[in-house]
Design a protein around this ligand. Structure first.
Ligand code: 5GP
Length: 353
Protein backbone atom coordinates (compact mmCIF):
# COMPACT_ATOMS: atom_id res chain seq x y z
CA UNK A 1 0.00 0.00 0.00
CA UNK A 2 1.17 3.51 -0.82
CA UNK A 3 -0.21 6.97 -0.04
CA UNK A 4 0.09 9.76 -2.61
CA UNK A 5 0.54 13.02 -0.74
CA UNK A 6 0.17 15.44 -3.70
CA UNK A 7 -2.75 17.81 -3.44
CA UNK A 8 -5.72 16.82 -5.66
CA UNK A 9 -8.53 19.30 -6.30
CA UNK A 10 -12.19 19.34 -7.32
CA UNK A 11 -14.02 22.17 -9.08
CA UNK A 12 -15.31 23.47 -5.75
CA UNK A 13 -11.77 23.79 -4.36
CA UNK A 14 -10.72 26.58 -6.75
CA UNK A 15 -11.76 29.84 -8.38
CA UNK A 16 -10.39 31.47 -11.52
CA UNK A 17 -8.34 34.59 -10.72
CA UNK A 18 -9.44 37.64 -12.78
CA UNK A 19 -6.84 39.20 -15.10
CA UNK A 20 -6.44 42.52 -16.84
CA UNK A 21 -8.41 42.43 -20.10
CA UNK A 22 -8.86 44.52 -23.22
CA UNK A 23 -12.24 42.97 -24.06
CA UNK A 24 -15.02 45.55 -24.08
CA UNK A 25 -17.92 43.13 -23.87
CA UNK A 26 -18.62 39.45 -23.33
CA UNK A 27 -20.35 39.44 -26.73
CA UNK A 28 -16.84 39.61 -28.25
CA UNK A 29 -16.02 36.14 -26.91
CA UNK A 30 -16.05 33.26 -29.39
CA UNK A 31 -17.03 29.97 -27.76
CA UNK A 32 -16.64 27.89 -30.91
CA UNK A 33 -13.69 25.54 -31.23
CA UNK A 34 -12.32 23.90 -34.37
CA UNK A 35 -10.79 20.47 -34.05
CA UNK A 36 -9.25 18.00 -36.46
CA UNK A 37 -9.39 14.65 -34.68
CA UNK A 38 -6.18 12.62 -34.39
CA UNK A 39 -7.27 9.36 -35.99
CA UNK A 40 -10.53 10.04 -37.85
CA UNK A 41 -9.03 13.25 -39.36
CA UNK A 42 -12.59 14.55 -39.25
CA UNK A 43 -12.89 18.33 -38.88
CA UNK A 44 -15.45 19.71 -36.48
CA UNK A 45 -16.48 23.19 -35.41
CA UNK A 46 -18.89 23.99 -32.60
CA UNK A 47 -19.31 24.75 -28.91
CA UNK A 48 -17.62 21.77 -27.25
CA UNK A 49 -20.27 20.82 -24.71
CA UNK A 50 -21.93 17.38 -24.88
CA UNK A 51 -25.14 16.13 -23.25
CA UNK A 52 -24.44 12.86 -21.42
CA UNK A 53 -25.46 9.51 -22.89
CA UNK A 54 -27.96 8.86 -20.12
CA UNK A 55 -31.63 7.84 -20.43
CA UNK A 56 -32.92 11.32 -19.58
CA UNK A 57 -30.41 13.56 -21.34
CA UNK A 58 -29.23 11.57 -24.38
CA UNK A 59 -32.47 12.12 -26.29
CA UNK A 60 -33.20 13.36 -29.80
CA UNK A 61 -35.34 16.18 -28.36
CA UNK A 62 -32.24 17.33 -26.45
CA UNK A 63 -29.99 16.94 -29.50
CA UNK A 64 -32.42 18.97 -31.53
CA UNK A 65 -32.13 22.05 -29.32
CA UNK A 66 -28.43 21.63 -28.49
CA UNK A 67 -27.45 21.31 -32.15
CA UNK A 68 -29.07 24.68 -32.87
CA UNK A 69 -26.44 26.21 -30.56
CA UNK A 70 -23.57 24.13 -31.96
CA UNK A 71 -23.49 21.70 -29.00
CA UNK A 72 -23.32 17.89 -29.30
CA UNK A 73 -25.35 15.09 -27.73
CA UNK A 74 -24.17 11.60 -26.82
CA UNK A 75 -27.25 9.51 -27.48
CA UNK A 76 -28.44 7.04 -24.88
CA UNK A 77 -27.27 3.62 -26.09
CA UNK A 78 -30.77 2.22 -25.44
CA UNK A 79 -32.36 4.37 -28.16
CA UNK A 80 -33.85 1.90 -30.61
CA UNK A 81 -33.04 1.50 -34.28
CA UNK A 82 -36.61 2.62 -35.06
CA UNK A 83 -36.04 5.89 -33.17
CA UNK A 84 -32.77 6.49 -35.04
CA UNK A 85 -34.55 5.82 -38.33
CA UNK A 86 -37.43 8.17 -37.45
CA UNK A 87 -34.92 10.90 -36.63
CA UNK A 88 -33.02 10.24 -39.83
CA UNK A 89 -36.25 10.64 -41.73
CA UNK A 90 -37.46 13.80 -39.94
CA UNK A 91 -34.26 15.76 -39.25
CA UNK A 92 -31.34 14.14 -41.08
CA UNK A 93 -29.15 17.24 -40.70
CA UNK A 94 -29.07 16.72 -36.94
CA UNK A 95 -27.68 13.17 -36.99
CA UNK A 96 -24.05 14.31 -37.50
CA UNK A 97 -24.30 16.21 -34.17
CA UNK A 98 -25.05 12.98 -32.28
CA UNK A 99 -22.67 10.42 -30.82
CA UNK A 100 -23.81 6.80 -31.22
CA UNK A 101 -23.05 5.28 -27.80
CA UNK A 102 -21.96 1.79 -26.93
CA UNK A 103 -20.59 -0.33 -24.10
CA UNK A 104 -18.16 -3.23 -24.47
CA UNK A 105 -20.62 -6.13 -24.45
CA UNK A 106 -20.83 -8.04 -27.72
CA UNK A 107 -24.51 -7.14 -28.13
CA UNK A 108 -23.69 -3.43 -27.59
CA UNK A 109 -21.03 -3.48 -30.30
CA UNK A 110 -23.33 -5.40 -32.68
CA UNK A 111 -26.08 -2.81 -32.12
CA UNK A 112 -23.61 0.01 -32.80
CA UNK A 113 -22.83 -1.62 -36.13
CA UNK A 114 -26.56 -1.67 -36.97
CA UNK A 115 -26.93 2.03 -36.21
CA UNK A 116 -23.78 3.10 -38.05
CA UNK A 117 -24.78 1.13 -41.12
CA UNK A 118 -27.78 3.38 -41.73
CA UNK A 119 -27.25 6.59 -39.74
CA UNK A 120 -24.45 8.88 -40.94
CA UNK A 121 -23.07 10.01 -37.61
CA UNK A 122 -19.33 10.25 -37.43
CA UNK A 123 -19.08 10.18 -33.62
CA UNK A 124 -18.85 7.10 -31.40
CA UNK A 125 -18.98 7.25 -27.60
CA UNK A 126 -17.60 4.05 -26.04
CA UNK A 127 -17.92 4.19 -22.31
CA UNK A 128 -17.81 2.04 -19.24
CA UNK A 129 -17.63 2.96 -15.56
CA UNK A 130 -14.11 1.51 -15.34
CA UNK A 131 -11.89 2.15 -18.35
CA UNK A 132 -8.91 0.37 -16.77
CA UNK A 133 -9.58 -3.18 -17.99
CA UNK A 134 -7.70 -4.91 -20.81
CA UNK A 135 -11.05 -5.88 -22.29
CA UNK A 136 -11.96 -2.20 -22.61
CA UNK A 137 -8.65 -1.34 -24.31
CA UNK A 138 -9.21 -4.26 -26.71
CA UNK A 139 -12.63 -2.90 -27.70
CA UNK A 140 -11.12 0.56 -28.30
CA UNK A 141 -8.61 -1.07 -30.68
CA UNK A 142 -11.32 -3.12 -32.34
CA UNK A 143 -13.57 -0.09 -32.96
CA UNK A 144 -10.62 1.94 -34.25
CA UNK A 145 -9.81 -0.79 -36.79
CA UNK A 146 -13.46 -1.30 -37.75
CA UNK A 147 -14.28 2.43 -38.11
CA UNK A 148 -11.07 4.24 -39.13
CA UNK A 149 -12.87 7.44 -40.16
CA UNK A 150 -15.22 7.75 -37.15
CA UNK A 151 -14.28 10.00 -34.25
CA UNK A 152 -13.98 7.75 -31.22
CA UNK A 153 -14.45 9.04 -27.67
CA UNK A 154 -13.51 6.45 -25.03
CA UNK A 155 -13.48 6.32 -21.23
CA UNK A 156 -13.74 6.71 -18.36
CA UNK A 157 -10.32 7.02 -16.81
CA UNK A 158 -8.70 9.58 -14.48
CA UNK A 159 -4.95 9.06 -14.67
CA UNK A 160 -2.38 10.12 -17.24
CA UNK A 161 -0.90 6.69 -17.99
CA UNK A 162 -4.30 5.16 -18.77
CA UNK A 163 -5.39 8.21 -20.78
CA UNK A 164 -2.24 7.70 -22.89
CA UNK A 165 -2.98 4.01 -23.30
CA UNK A 166 -6.47 4.78 -24.65
CA UNK A 167 -5.01 7.24 -27.17
CA UNK A 168 -2.45 4.65 -28.25
CA UNK A 169 -5.31 2.17 -28.67
CA UNK A 170 -7.09 4.58 -31.01
CA UNK A 171 -9.19 7.06 -29.02
CA UNK A 172 -9.52 10.52 -30.58
CA UNK A 173 -11.06 11.86 -27.37
CA UNK A 174 -10.43 10.43 -23.89
CA UNK A 175 -13.35 10.78 -21.49
CA UNK A 176 -12.18 11.60 -17.96
CA UNK A 177 -14.12 11.19 -14.71
CA UNK A 178 -14.61 8.45 -12.14
CA UNK A 179 -16.95 9.27 -9.33
CA UNK A 180 -17.81 12.97 -9.76
CA UNK A 181 -21.27 12.52 -11.34
CA UNK A 182 -24.34 14.03 -9.70
CA UNK A 183 -26.12 10.65 -9.54
CA UNK A 184 -22.98 8.55 -9.12
CA UNK A 185 -22.32 6.61 -5.90
CA UNK A 186 -19.03 4.96 -6.96
CA UNK A 187 -16.98 6.86 -4.38
CA UNK A 188 -19.37 5.80 -1.62
CA UNK A 189 -19.81 2.20 -2.75
CA UNK A 190 -16.19 1.43 -3.68
CA UNK A 191 -13.98 4.14 -2.21
CA UNK A 192 -12.54 4.64 -5.72
CA UNK A 193 -12.30 8.00 -7.51
CA UNK A 194 -10.16 11.04 -8.28
CA UNK A 195 -10.90 14.74 -7.74
CA UNK A 196 -12.14 15.93 -11.12
CA UNK A 197 -10.18 19.18 -11.60
CA UNK A 198 -6.86 17.39 -10.97
CA UNK A 199 -7.90 14.46 -13.16
CA UNK A 200 -8.56 16.87 -16.03
CA UNK A 201 -5.32 18.83 -15.53
CA UNK A 202 -3.17 15.67 -15.38
CA UNK A 203 -4.88 13.77 -18.21
CA UNK A 204 -5.07 16.84 -20.49
CA UNK A 205 -1.31 17.15 -20.38
CA UNK A 206 -0.97 13.47 -21.33
CA UNK A 207 -3.50 13.32 -24.18
CA UNK A 208 -2.49 16.66 -25.67
CA UNK A 209 1.09 15.42 -25.76
CA UNK A 210 -0.11 12.65 -28.07
CA UNK A 211 -2.22 14.94 -30.25
CA UNK A 212 -5.60 13.74 -28.89
CA UNK A 213 -8.35 15.56 -27.01
CA UNK A 214 -10.02 15.29 -23.60
CA UNK A 215 -13.63 15.38 -22.48
CA UNK A 216 -14.26 16.18 -18.80
CA UNK A 217 -17.24 14.07 -17.76
CA UNK A 218 -19.23 14.72 -14.61
CA UNK A 219 -19.19 16.95 -11.57
CA UNK A 220 -20.33 20.25 -13.11
CA UNK A 221 -23.25 21.66 -11.11
CA UNK A 222 -23.11 25.35 -12.09
CA UNK A 223 -21.90 27.19 -15.23
CA UNK A 224 -18.74 28.23 -13.34
CA UNK A 225 -17.76 24.55 -13.08
CA UNK A 226 -17.99 24.23 -16.88
CA UNK A 227 -15.66 27.23 -17.15
CA UNK A 228 -13.26 25.63 -14.64
CA UNK A 229 -13.23 22.37 -16.63
CA UNK A 230 -12.25 24.20 -19.83
CA UNK A 231 -9.78 26.33 -17.87
CA UNK A 232 -8.19 23.13 -16.55
CA UNK A 233 -7.53 21.98 -20.12
CA UNK A 234 -10.66 20.07 -21.19
CA UNK A 235 -11.45 20.24 -24.92
CA UNK A 236 -15.03 19.04 -24.36
CA UNK A 237 -17.25 19.04 -21.27
CA UNK A 238 -20.00 16.46 -20.80
CA UNK A 239 -23.04 17.35 -18.69
CA UNK A 240 -25.72 15.11 -17.20
CA UNK A 241 -27.33 16.71 -14.16
CA UNK A 242 -27.18 20.27 -15.52
CA UNK A 243 -29.24 19.16 -18.53
CA UNK A 244 -31.65 17.05 -16.43
CA UNK A 245 -35.17 18.19 -15.48
CA UNK A 246 -36.01 19.86 -18.81
CA UNK A 247 -38.83 19.36 -21.30
CA UNK A 248 -36.38 17.71 -23.69
CA UNK A 249 -35.50 15.00 -21.14
CA UNK A 250 -37.19 11.67 -21.19
CA UNK A 251 -39.91 11.14 -18.56
CA UNK A 252 -43.01 12.81 -17.20
CA UNK A 253 -43.23 15.88 -14.98
CA UNK A 254 -44.37 14.75 -11.54
CA UNK A 255 -46.04 16.81 -8.84
CA UNK A 256 -44.56 16.24 -5.39
CA UNK A 257 -45.97 18.24 -2.48
CA UNK A 258 -47.04 21.04 -4.85
CA UNK A 259 -43.67 21.31 -6.66
CA UNK A 260 -42.82 19.96 -10.11
CA UNK A 261 -39.97 17.49 -10.63
CA UNK A 262 -38.52 15.22 -13.29
CA UNK A 263 -36.87 11.89 -12.59
CA UNK A 264 -33.13 11.52 -13.19
CA UNK A 265 -31.18 8.37 -12.42
CA UNK A 266 -27.65 7.08 -12.86
CA UNK A 267 -27.08 4.53 -15.59
CA UNK A 268 -25.69 2.11 -12.98
CA UNK A 269 -28.54 2.72 -10.53
CA UNK A 270 -30.93 -0.07 -9.56
CA UNK A 271 -33.67 1.79 -11.46
CA UNK A 272 -31.65 1.76 -14.71
CA UNK A 273 -30.61 -1.88 -14.29
CA UNK A 274 -34.18 -3.02 -13.66
CA UNK A 275 -35.41 -1.02 -16.64
CA UNK A 276 -32.82 -2.23 -19.12
CA UNK A 277 -31.81 -5.65 -17.85
CA UNK A 278 -34.96 -6.69 -15.95
CA UNK A 279 -33.18 -6.88 -12.57
CA UNK A 280 -30.06 -5.84 -10.67
CA UNK A 281 -27.26 -8.24 -11.61
CA UNK A 282 -26.61 -10.46 -8.59
CA UNK A 283 -22.82 -10.06 -8.68
CA UNK A 284 -22.74 -6.27 -8.71
CA UNK A 285 -24.14 -3.51 -6.55
CA UNK A 286 -25.72 -0.37 -7.88
CA UNK A 287 -23.25 2.53 -8.29
CA UNK A 288 -25.82 5.16 -9.09
CA UNK A 289 -28.83 6.75 -7.48
CA UNK A 290 -32.21 8.13 -8.52
CA UNK A 291 -33.24 11.69 -7.79
CA UNK A 292 -36.13 13.97 -8.64
CA UNK A 293 -34.69 17.19 -10.00
CA UNK A 294 -36.80 20.33 -9.96
CA UNK A 295 -38.55 20.80 -13.31
CA UNK A 296 -36.64 23.47 -15.27
CA UNK A 297 -38.74 24.05 -18.43
CA UNK A 298 -37.06 24.35 -21.85
CA UNK A 299 -33.35 23.48 -22.01
CA UNK A 300 -32.76 26.58 -24.13
CA UNK A 301 -32.73 28.72 -20.96
CA UNK A 302 -30.07 26.52 -19.35
CA UNK A 303 -27.95 26.51 -22.52
CA UNK A 304 -28.02 30.31 -22.62
CA UNK A 305 -27.07 30.43 -18.92
CA UNK A 306 -24.11 28.11 -19.46
CA UNK A 307 -22.90 29.93 -22.57
CA UNK A 308 -23.39 33.30 -20.85
CA UNK A 309 -21.36 32.12 -17.83
CA UNK A 310 -18.60 30.81 -20.08
CA UNK A 311 -18.39 34.03 -22.08
CA UNK A 312 -18.22 36.00 -18.88
CA UNK A 313 -15.47 33.75 -17.47
CA UNK A 314 -13.45 34.35 -20.64
CA UNK A 315 -13.98 38.10 -20.29
CA UNK A 316 -12.70 38.05 -16.68
CA UNK A 317 -9.35 36.62 -17.80
CA UNK A 318 -9.11 38.48 -21.11
CA UNK A 319 -9.67 35.46 -23.36
CA UNK A 320 -11.36 36.50 -26.60
CA UNK A 321 -11.80 32.83 -27.54
CA UNK A 322 -12.61 29.74 -25.47
CA UNK A 323 -9.38 28.30 -26.83
CA UNK A 324 -7.40 30.88 -24.82
CA UNK A 325 -9.17 30.29 -21.51
CA UNK A 326 -6.85 27.63 -20.12
CA UNK A 327 -3.70 29.50 -21.17
CA UNK A 328 -4.92 32.62 -19.37
CA UNK A 329 -6.13 30.84 -16.23
CA UNK A 330 -4.58 30.95 -12.80
CA UNK A 331 -6.62 28.99 -10.26
CA UNK A 332 -6.71 30.10 -6.65
CA UNK A 333 -7.60 27.67 -3.89
CA UNK A 334 -10.64 28.60 -1.82
CA UNK A 335 -11.55 28.13 1.81
CA UNK A 336 -13.85 25.55 3.31
CA UNK A 337 -16.46 28.26 3.89
CA UNK A 338 -16.75 28.89 0.14
CA UNK A 339 -16.91 25.14 -0.46
CA UNK A 340 -19.88 24.92 1.87
CA UNK A 341 -21.79 27.65 0.03
CA UNK A 342 -21.28 25.82 -3.29
CA UNK A 343 -22.55 22.54 -1.90
CA UNK A 344 -25.61 24.31 -0.48
CA UNK A 345 -26.42 25.52 -3.99
CA UNK A 346 -26.10 21.94 -5.22
CA UNK A 347 -28.33 20.51 -2.51
CA UNK A 348 -31.12 22.95 -3.31
CA UNK A 349 -30.82 22.21 -6.98
CA UNK A 350 -31.68 18.52 -6.74
CA UNK A 351 -33.88 16.74 -4.24
CA UNK A 352 -33.57 13.06 -3.40
CA UNK A 353 -36.87 11.27 -3.28
P1 5GP B 1 -23.12 14.88 -14.02
O1 5GP B 1 -22.99 15.87 -15.13
O2 5GP B 1 -24.54 14.52 -13.76
O3 5GP B 1 -22.41 15.31 -12.78
O4 5GP B 1 -22.35 13.57 -14.49
C1 5GP B 1 -22.72 12.88 -15.65
C2 5GP B 1 -21.86 11.65 -15.77
O5 5GP B 1 -22.04 10.77 -14.65
C3 5GP B 1 -22.20 10.75 -16.96
O6 5GP B 1 -21.74 11.25 -18.17
C4 5GP B 1 -21.53 9.44 -16.55
O7 5GP B 1 -20.15 9.42 -16.84
C5 5GP B 1 -21.69 9.44 -15.04
N1 5GP B 1 -22.76 8.54 -14.61
C6 5GP B 1 -24.02 8.44 -15.09
N2 5GP B 1 -24.73 7.50 -14.43
C7 5GP B 1 -23.90 6.99 -13.51
C8 5GP B 1 -24.04 5.96 -12.52
O8 5GP B 1 -25.09 5.38 -12.31
N3 5GP B 1 -22.93 5.68 -11.80
C9 5GP B 1 -21.74 6.33 -11.99
N4 5GP B 1 -20.71 5.94 -11.25
N5 5GP B 1 -21.58 7.31 -12.88
C10 5GP B 1 -22.66 7.64 -13.63
Amino acid sequence: MRIEEDLKLDFKDVLIRPKRSTLASRSEVDLKRQYTFKFSKQQWEGVPIIAANMDHTGTFAMANVLSQHGLLTAMDKFISEAQWQAQLHELPQMIPQCFASTGIRDDDVAFLETILTTCPTSFICLDVANGYTQRFVDVVKKLRERYPDKTLMAGNVVTAEMAEELVMAGADIVKVGIGPGSVCTTRKMTGVGYPQLSAVIECADAVHGLGALLCSDGGCVVPGDVAKAFAAGADFVMLGGMFAGHNECEGEIVDLHGRKFKRFYGMSSSEAMVRHRGSVDGYRSSEGKSVDVPYKGPVETTILDILGGLRSACTYVGASRLKELSKRTTFVRVTQQLNDSFSTFHAEDSASR
